[in-house]
Design a protein around this ligand. Structure first.
Ligand SMILES: [Zn+2]
Length: 189
């Protein structure tokens, strides 16, 4: 989908500034995917495009269920599940902040697609993969809207992303925007 970036800009989902990412890294760009996904029709179109790309890249996969990490992945997982015509569930945080399976059941041998909006290091996707495997499920593939990892996020299962952005992210100690004393924004807080 060539106009995905346009969609991001139109909906205000791609911001320029000085941001602290979920991973702790600093960046000059931030994807507020929720602002793109707040329009169900756009969310549906974008996720259909992701599903088409997954089919192009990986062929027809046997998927029983889509799973996403809450909260960020929920809209994407829901729409990807709709496009595939399968069940959708999510993993959510426990009191300590670790992802867990709280309200859904995973069957032994159940085949999963893991969906997420944006990955930088892919930590939450990996946690979700671990949860599926701990419950006896099989992860067939991972589908994300935006891959900011610069090819560094790798998983046992193949990863497909709609959009790959050059990773413009720094450790806080090396951040040029900190050196310029630009105010740091914590998106989502
Ligand atoms: Zn900084």
């Amino acid at each position: 989908m060539n106009n995905l970036l346009t969609r991001f800009e139109e909906t205000g989902a791609l911001l320029n500034g000085h941001f602290e990412l979920r991973s702790g890294l600093h960046s000059n760009r931030f994807f507020q995917c929720a602002l793109l996904l707040q329009y169900p029709r756009i969310a549906g179109e974008v996720c259909e495009a992701l599903v088409e790309k997954i089919k192009q890249d990986l062929g027809e996969l046997e998927i029983d269920t889509v799973i996403a990490p809450a909260l960020g992945g929920i809209s994407v997982g829901h729409e990807v599940g709709r496009a595939l015509g399968v069940r959708f569930i999510f993993a959510e945080k426990d009191a300590g902040g670790a992802l867990m399976m709280r309200r859904f059941k995973i069957e032994k041998g159940e085949r999963f697609l893991v969906a997420e909006d944006v990955i930088t290091r892919g930590g939450r996707v990996q946690e979700t993969v671990d949860i599926v495997e701990q419950h006896g499920g099989i992860v067939q593939a991972i589908g994300v809207l935006v891959n900011r990892s610069g090819g560094k996020a790798r998983f046992k299962a193949p990863l497909v992303s709609l959009l790959e952005m050059e990773p413009v992210a720094w450790e806080p100690s090396e951040c040029p925007l900190c050196k310029e004393k630009l105010p740091l924004v914590h998106p989502g807080s």
